[in-house]
Design a protein around this ligand. Structure first.
Ligand code: CTP
Length: 405
């Protein structure tokens, strides 16, 4: 039961502190008690009064406060909750934690606690990438401190990159998974997702590829991680940032993608969204092919291995395997053929004809196909397709402890 658990939320001084309101609200709706410590800098961004009203608890700010010490001493406070959460975790707070400083109530509680600690870093991208912060983050990870984020995106300072604090709902999910490891639908499950195009080299400077942006695969991987899965993204070359909290294995050719997927077995769920090049050049030239006056060039192509079909007939076949079918005509017929031919459990089919905007776009309208029927889902964002799909697949996993036959 998650209700009745308690969290000590330490709010650092950064613009992301305003998201603490929403986080407190979300935690309260789950029945989680929220004790709060604010740093002095945090008080520049949010007020103790607003947080006290939301949490229904006294908000602690000063280390040496006689009234507080009588009611609940600072050591007691650091141990009163089931989990300590630092959000936002500023570069300054992370540096103090990494070096064991204790010069205010927040850092003293962090040094004195014997409870698991989760931090949600938030800072300017240059600060996040500074070698000092990189070293501090690594030291904290080595010490077993859990991280959520930071996410990539536009920041309050106008710069772009990793440094944005994760959204409150993501922090909530991470808190739930730490308070109750079995609480999320995919906790303890491993999900492998392929995404993007593959690149098949012709010579050292040319390749065969396709228009896949990788967006749908990345959205599915993010959704799997949100639902608690240990998520691996095997990705061809794309212009997308690696999502936080997901292991990304970058590959180029179809054969590299297959090797990477096989190395990730066993897994519980595998989803093949990649637009794998069907053919590769039979003999890759080691030197750049030169053109000679007006002559034409013939390339001899051979078929690439089918990654999806190889994994469904693998002795470590994941429990649930999903293929994608990018079609431009007779979508249902072709998708059903693929389901049977490639022996997967489900096919997600979409119309990628020019004009639908699916390739490279942010929206998708898909058909979810199983042996028992076809569902046409309404047009929605690729993120929403990802979440709907992962929630659906989680329901198809055989519950732990129940035999599969
Ligand atoms: N796929 C794969 N390996 C390949 C080709 C496809 O893993 N060499 C996977 C894709 O990731 C997708 C599914 O198979 O999940 C169907 O891909 P698609 O390109 O639509 O089908 P093909 O088998 O290539 O058939 P066709 O191109 O003739 O439609």
């Amino acid at each position: 039961m998650i209700a009745g658990k308690s969290v000590l939320l330490i709010i650092g001084g950064g613009i992301a502190a305003y998201k603490a309101h929403e986080l407190v609200r979300l935690l309260k709706t789950r029945g989680i008690r929220v004790l709060i410590i604010m740093t002095q800098a945090a008080e520049q961004f949010v007020t103790p009064l607003s947080l006290a009203s939301l949490s229904g608890e006294k908000v602690h700010t000063a280390l040496f406060n006689l009234t507080d010490e009588v009611e609940m001493g600072h050591i007691q406070l650091s141990r009163a909750a089931d989990l300590v959460v630092v959000a936002p975790a500023t570069a300054d707070l992370m540096a103090k934690m990494a070096n064991g400083l204790a010069n205010d109530l927040a850092t003293t509680a962090l040094l004195a606690t014997d409870k698991p600690v989760l931090i949600a870093p938030a800072m300017n991208v240059r600060m996040w990438r500074h070698p000092a912060t990189v070293t501090n983050a690594q030291a904290l990870k080595n010490r077993g401190i859990a991280f959520v984020g930071p996410d990539e995106g536009e920041m309050a300072c106008g710069e772009f990159g990793p440094g944005r604090m994760s959204e409150p709902v993501e922090i909530l999910n991470k808190i739930i998974s730490m308070l109750q490891p079995q609480a999320l639908p995919l906790s303890g499950k491993k999900v492998v997702v392929t995404a993007g195009p593959t690149r098949e080299p012709i010579d050292p400077v040319r390749f065969i590829s396709n228009y896949s942006s990788g967006k749908q695969g990345y959205a599915i991987a993010r959704a799997a991680a949100k639902l608690g899965a240990d998520t691996v993204l095997v990705s061809g070359p794309v212009a997308l940032a690696p999502p936080a909290g997901i292991r990304v294995i970058g590959v180029e050719s179809a054969r590299e993608m297959l090797t990477a997927c096989e190395a990730e077995l066993p897994a519980d769920i595998a989803i093949f969204t990649a637009a794998v090049a069907d053919w590769r050049v039979a003999e890759q030239e080691t030197d750049k092919i030169k053109k000679s006056n007006g002559s034409s060039l013939q390339l001899s192509l051979v078929e690439n291995p089918d990654i999806l079909a190889t994994i469904t007939s693998h002795q470590l076949r994941p429990e649930v395997v999903v293929g994608f079918a990018a079609e431009t005509q007779n979508i249902h017929v072709h998708a059903l053929e693929k389901l049977n031919k490639k022996r997967c459990d489900f096919i997600v089919a979409n119309d990628v004809s020019r004009g639908t905007g699916v390739f490279g776009g942010d929206m998708n309208a898909v058909h979810f196909i199983s042996r028992s029927g076809i569902e046409s889902w309404p047009a929605m964002s690729k993120d929403e397709v990802g979440l709907m799909l992962m929630e659906r697949l989680a329901g198809h996993l055989i519950p732990e402890g129940r035999p599969s036959s």
